[in-house]
Design a binder for this molecule. Sequence first.
Ligand code: HSE
Length: 325
Amino acid sequence: MKTPKKIGLFGFGTVGKGFYENLKKYPHISAKIAKVCVKRLDLPRIGHELYFTDNPDELLLDPQLDIIIELIDDPEAAKTYIQKSLLAGKDVISANKKMIGESLQEVSYWHDSFENRFLYEAAVGGGIPIVHTVDGFLRDQEVTEIRGILNGSSNYILTQMQANNWSFEKALREAQLKGFAERNPTLDISGIDAGYKLSILAYHAFGEVPSMKSFEIESIEGVTKEDIKRAKAKRRKIKLVASLKKSNHEIVCSVKPEAVGANDELYSVDYENNAVSVETLISGRHVFAGKGAGSLPTGSAVLEDLKRLLDGYSYQVSKKVRTVA
Ligand code: HSE
């Protein structure tokens, strides 16, 4: 029997716990969590059999660890841990869309420079395997448009406001209680979180890193009761729609509230669900939908990355002009 790979896990919050719970269900996976680094050692925790530390170096300097899984919400610390781990020859999995979305040039360099792998399925669309799909299955296809709902919290809030007449504040509180929203929910409701996810998809669909400064991003905070009433009267629903198009070699991205009709594939995507449609030149439109936020769905995307690492998979980013030969 193969020796199981040893995992060093940073973070044991919503996604970390989801990953841990999911991994327990698959004892045949040849990997085990050897150490977990958390900010607060004094908090009561599940996972009594795990070894917890608050010292990052216990993971970063441990040559016994094969894989580092980074699931913290501090993007600066995450970047440091990821860089150090890649340099130390470890494979790395992350869910940090803010860090990845803001650092795609460096991520691109890491992909070109390191033999060891860096995967981040959980950073986009929660449990929907969309990064892998765009990067791997559609790698030889020309993608012309990606459009979807890429933030579970804002979709949850808009759904509760429209279907159940909830106030924005009540719906946001509930999204936080359910573990959908970020610690700083401004990123969710402003559209910026969806913007990071669009950037990541653009990198895998086109091999290019768009500038988020050029994105048209609009918050759901401006959606009024009047807007909702008007949309309802026309049998429409307001959704925070993220869209990315490539025309004349230019990538155009936007994230903004839109009233979509019943014929739109996003119409029935409610609560924390996400959906992504990918338009390709050869095979037309593909639509992927599923849980876009929450502990177990997002933790399952981390688990899928772990399985892919064990299978020897790495991203292709095949449309990219390489930075390193
Ligand atoms: N806060 C994020 C969302 C979590 O609501 O979509 C998943 O990325």
